[in-house]
Ligand binder design. Structure first.
Ligand code: NAI
Length: 420
């Protein structure tokens, strides 16, 4: 049930935008605040660091829209202190820092930006492929040691070589497009059928791809099925002198086996951006079986870390929050019923988040049916224990507000608001 002591949230009374409070933590890109301002929101507070404990709890008390990155922990207690919260924006990829099931049960959707850094990862991968084909990492290390190894042996152009993309999703397919611009032949392996871009071709199997590729690049998600996807047996299937790139997830490659292949010289090099265990903070110590190998490029999980990606994330997440605030759309929300809506115009739009249990929809329809309001459109979606219904009703402001009050009083209501 909705907590009777909960003060009204903006949508509940269709607040003017100038009264909606936005808190952006952790130095989120200025593009986020700009997008809010352009949409008419003016009460925006920006904090450059993460908040914790009591400081976080008291900061959240009056906030309607909250933006965080990966360091702010929104656990049950934090969410309970955010009594006016309407939605959360994670200005990053992951949402593990948020108790999303608790947020859902409080009727608060969570949004993130899973794809704004796709291009950044793809560019790094292409750059690394060229470096590895030319043997630049080991030549660079030698120069730093005061050694001069000028030779063309083992140094190759990317043009005409075969790139094998494992996981042909957002990033993998972008890498393929960029690689073709360099004149590479692109083959890929995926577990589902994918739209092939450019001249890329689907390999018959992972083994087929490994046996044909001069450069293998991994772009699969972290799943039980992708753990050690590149184990000793798969590494052994790669061509002699090939190179391996992993900017996906750390647990996808058996690093001890990879070290063996690199030390023996059977594989020419590797570039690794992600590790099974990564330090939590910048500046912390780092260890890996690959440390100390001249022919390996190691980077601290920065594949997607560019200013352009951050700016894109700022815009993307704010746009999602604005769509929810202004229209009620929850499209691409994480762990929340996804309802895609046309822009809100004309009618009063009633938004109702409720416990997903038998009878609740008929109770809602009955409330509307008893009134003189006509439902012009209705959208419903459920996810696990929560349902979200949006109704456009032809009703005067007063009548729509009265309807909303009745809906808010229904047993099982988690959150309800009306947009005029
Ligand atoms: P995506 O979900 O668009 O694509 C992943 C693809 O892998 C899908 O097409 C899926 O069907 C496929 N796949 C799943 N299991 C597979 C298997 N066993 N064999 C072959 N294909 C399989 O994901 P996206 O956005 O392209 O990201 C890929 C990876 O990159 C993710 O692990 C993500 O965490 C990581 N990433 C790393 C970054 C970095 O900074 N290094 C930044 C952004 C993402």
């Amino acid at each position: 049930m909705q907590d009777a002591s909960t003060p009204p949230s903006p949508g509940e009374t269709s607040f003017p935008r100038s009264e909606i409070r936005v808190l952006l933590l952790e130095g989120i890109s200025e593009t986020a605040a700009d997008a809010f301002r352009q949409a008419g929101y003016s009460r925006i507070e920006q904090v450059s660091r993460a908040l914790t404990g009591d400081e976080l709890h008291s900061a959240l008390e009056e906030v309607h829209f909250l933006g965080i990155r990966s360091r702010t922990q929104l656990d049950q207690r934090a969410l309970e202190s955010a009594r006016k919260l309407v939605a959360i924006g994670c200005y990053c990829i992951g949402t593990n820092q948020v108790a999303t099931a608790v947020a859902r049960r409080r009727g608060v959707p969570v949004f993130n930006a899973p794809y704004s850094n796709t291009r950044s990862v793809a560019e790094l991968v292409i750059a690394e492929a060229i470096m590895l084909l030319r043997g630049v990492p080991q030549k660079n290390m030698a120069c730093h040691r005061g050694e001069w190894f000028k030779t063309a042996a083992g140094s190759h152009e990317a043009r005409g070589k075969t790139l094998g993309v494992v996981g042909y999703g957002h990033i993998g397919s972008q890498v393929g497009v960029l690689a073709e611009m360099l004149g590479m032949r692109v083959i890929y392996h995926d577990v589902v059928s994918r739209l092939t871009l450019g001249n890329a071709e689907s390999a018959q199997s992972l083994g087929d791809l490994l046996g044909r590729s001069d450069v293998v690049t991994l772009h699969v998600p972290e799943l039980p099925s992708t753990r050690d996807l590149m184990g000793a047996a798969e590494l052994a299937q790669m061509k002699d002198g090939a190179v391996l790139l992993n900017a996906s997830r750390g647990q996808v490659v058996d690093l001890v086996a990879l070290r063996g292949e690199l030390e023996s010289g059977r594989l020419a090099g590797a570039a690794v951006d992600v590790f099974p265990e990564e330090p939590k903070t910048s500046g912390a110590g780092f260890a890996s079986p690959l440390v100390g190998l001249d022919n390996v490029l190691l980077t601290p999980h920065i594949g997607g870390s560019t200013e352009e990606a951050q700016a894109g994330i700022g815009r993307e997440v704010t746009e999602k929050l604005l769509r929810y605030s202004d229209d009620g759309s929850t499209l691409s929300a994480v762990d929340f019923p996804e309802v895609a809506l046309p822009p809100h115009t004309g009618d009063a739009r009633l938004l109702h988040v409720h416990e997903n249990r038998p009878g609740i929809m008929s109770a809602i329809t009955e409330v509307i049916g008893r009134s003189s309001a006509n439902i012009d459109a209705q959208y419903l979606q459920t996810l696990n224990d929560v349902g979200y219904v949006v109704m456009d009703v032809a009703a005067e402001r007063g009548a729509a507000s009265a309807l909303m009050d009745e809906l808010r009083g229904l047993e099982g209501t988690l959150r309800a608001r009306v947009l005029f």
